[in-house]
Write a protein that binds this ligand. Structure first.
Ligand SMILES: [Ca+2]
Ligand SMILES: [Ca+2]
Ligand SMILES: [Ca+2]
Length: 633
């Protein structure tokens, strides 16, 4: 879940005279490693069942799916054990804002498909029990996405059971794959209401205008006598024992019949929430305000901190999962993360999970903002929204490739610098912002499908071969496009009954979302599987630090060398972001005389010491490897 600002960011319109270039249908370059070899490597890896535990985060290729939108392995749970219509059960397979029927058994049944794509880790959107339906009359939607949690200790019955999750995690581990859970601590479902107002009318009431010390504003009656506020020095159980009245700003209440809606039970007490009204996503309200009524937790309170350490520690203990993607990270105070994140890492370590991965969602394209969360907020990593924004500029709006050089130079901002940047999960599409293919279509409505597909594939090549772990958003590999962000970008891979999804042509296939799309021969699936095989076979593409070798004032060449410190040789990745063929010379290490192709047609020898000639088709890329001085690659 993002705060929406990024998702609604308008793409600048610009007139473009597109060069008439014959873009042939993507011809997959299967020179080098083939899919069969890649699968054989997977088999070897599976033989050593604990090998996955030794893999650092930068080795992973992440497949991100919403359990409701992937595969329906058990029609008997589609209504989550509830009875009635869509507004009671949350299930309506014809509406994109309701449960469509996917579940954890479905994911289990498709592990071959996910692994065949080259993914090594699965990021599941939240699996915890949600409020099935919420929203004002006429605008209801369901918790199919998982971000409206009521029971943090159980699996949503629409998705199955804890036993189903255990079976899935164990099966993934036995294949050498990891499972990351998506977790929320910023808010729960919308249960708490205010006496004074409803919905969007509940404007944010600040700490200055409505201090904790008086009821309903600075001139109100004294309450919470002795409470010293929420500054770090006062975040103690002793101080919070004096915060007994939650009605300093609004008068919160739990509607009749919902007094025990949440689990664990302490979550039902309004004292553990900020109760200050709606967030504007900015400033103080960005931390303490409610997202569309979702109850914003009082995360400065040590009781809340310990409560969430207990909740999410238990999932590590019981399931041996491999990491957490943390929702809405920027909407929780830094002190919470400073306690919570080390506690999760310690919990995992005690379970033998040395490479437990934690990455936060900070919905901001500014690398400085992202990096701050690796310093003040103790995050080992954050989702790389900055790279997503720059790749959109470069691959959709023909921005200069120098913008990517600037972005990568900013890796120094992350705590731990360029090495820490290896831990950033990277993406071009997601469930909030929408798919890259949609963004291309929006900017270029008349672009041929073959070119849209080529740009999507090139976008993924940037993810697979520059620093960080590539995230494949489920459906991209089947040519899904979508008609917007959020709900409009959450098409299921199993056969859909949602008319708006099914009305749209997909890229690279004559299929639509009205049919199941688990096609391992889809050209994008094959392209990504081949990228994953190349990445797996060359350590430098996973663990190597980057040197920008070429960048320019317009679209065209962009090149990176990746080298593992202390190891000889370099792997050169060259991209052509322009829609015409291009040739050029790339600056290289003077020791890199002899080269082999890992993808595309790489010249076998340097043109001269320190310079390498490249030739690329429109929107294409090369991956070339030199073993170093005197070494045959
Ligand atoms: Ca189902
Ligand atoms: Ca908050
Ligand atoms: Ca609420």
């Amino acid at each position: 879940m993002a705060d929406g600002r990024i998702g609604r960011r308008a793409f600048p319109k610009r007139l473009q005279v597109r060069r008439m270039v014959a873009l042939t249908i993507i011809t997959l370059n299967l020179v080098g490693l083939g899919l069969a070899q890649a699968l054989a490597a997977e088999g070897a890896m599976a033989a050593d069942k604990a090998a996955y535990l030794t893999r650092p985060p930068e080795d992973e290729v992440i497949y991100f799916l919403l359990p409701d939108r992937f595969e329906n392995g058990d029609p008997s749970n589609d209504r989550g054990g509830l009875s009635g219509g869509p507004l009671q059960t949350g299930y309506d397979p014809t509406q994109k804002g309701f449960y469509l029927g996917g579940d954890l058994k479905g994911v289990l049944s498709r592990l071959d498909y996910i692994q065949g794509l080259g993914a090594t880790a699965i990021w599941l959107a939240p699996v915890f029990k949600n409020k099935p339906v919420q929203g004002p009359p006429g605008h209801e939607s369901a918790g199919y996405h998982g971000y409206w949690i009521t029971d943090f200790t159980d699996v949503d019955p629409h998705f199955g059971t804890k036993a189903d999750l255990k079976a899935l995690v164990d099966a993934a581990h036995s294949r050498g794959m990891k499972v990351y859970l998506d977790i929320v601590v910023n808010h729960t479902a919308d249960i708490i209401k205010y006496r004074e107002c409803a919905g969007a009318q509940c404007v944010y009431r600040s700490e200055a205008d409505y201090p904790y010390s008086t009821k309903g504003g600075v001139n109100g009656a004294p309450i919470n006598v002795g409470f010293e506020g929420v500054d770090k020095a006062h975040q103690t159980l002793e101080n919070f024992s004096k915060l007994t009245r939650p009605d300093y700003a609004y008068t919160p209440y739990v509607p009749a019949g919902e007094e025990h809606a949440k689990t664990p039970g302490w979550l039902n007490d309004p004292i553990y929430y900020h109760n200050r009204g709606q967030t504007t996503y900015r400033g103080e309200s960005g931390l303490n305000g409610d997202f569309s009524g979702l109850d914003d937790l009082f995360t400065e309170n040590p009781r809340v901190v310990q409560g969430f350490i207990d909740i999410y520690g238990a999932w590590i203990d019981a399931f041996g999962i491999d990491g957490y993607r943390i929702d809405t990270a920027r909407h929780v105070n830094a002190e919470f993360w400073q306690a919570f994140i080390p506690a999760m890492l310690a919990r995992a370590k005690a379970k033998g999970i040395e490479n437990f991965h934690i990455f936060g969602e900070v919905a901001d394209p500014d690398p400085a903002v992202l990096a701050r969360f690796t310093h003040d907020d103790a995050y080992p990593a954050v989702l790389d929204l900055a790279l997503q924004a720059k790749l959109s500029d470069v691959l959709i709006r023909d921005a200069p490739t120098l913008e990517l050089a600037t972005l990568f130079a900013d890796d120094v901002l992350f705590k731990g610098g360029a090495e820490a940047a290896l831990h950033l999960p990277t993406f071009i599409s997601n469930h909030d912002m929408g798919r890259f293919a949609f963004a291309i279509r929006k900017a270029h409505p008349k672009m041929a499908s073959a070119e849209v597909m080529r740009r999507v594939v090139l976008g993924y090549a940037f993810l697979f071969f520059s620093r960080g772990q590539p995230i494949i958003y489920a459906g991209d590999e089947q040519g899904f496009v979508g008609l917007g962000d959020d709900q409009a970008a959450r098409q299921p891979l199993f056969a859909s009954k949602v008319a708006s999804y099914n009305s749209q042509a997909l890229l690279g296939t004559s299929s639509t979302t009205a049919q199941a799309n688990f096609n391992p021969d889809h050209p994008i699936y094959r392209a990504l599987a081949q990228m994953a095989a190349v990445r797996r076979a060359d350590r430098a593409l996973r663990r190597g630090l980057q040197t920008v070798r070429a960048a320019g004032d317009g679209p065209g060449l962009f090149a990176l060398s990746r080298r593992v410190p202390g190891e000889a040789g370099e792997t050169l990745i060259v991209f052509n972001t322009s829609d015409r063929p291009i040739t050029g010379q790339i600056r290289i290490d003077y020791a890199s005389a002899d080269w082999i192709s890992e993808h595309g047609a790489c010249a076998p020898h340097a043109s001269a010491p320190g310079s390498y000639g490249v030739k690329l088709g429109a929107l294409d890329y090369l991956v070339c490897r030199s073993a170093g001085r005197g070494q045959k690659p």
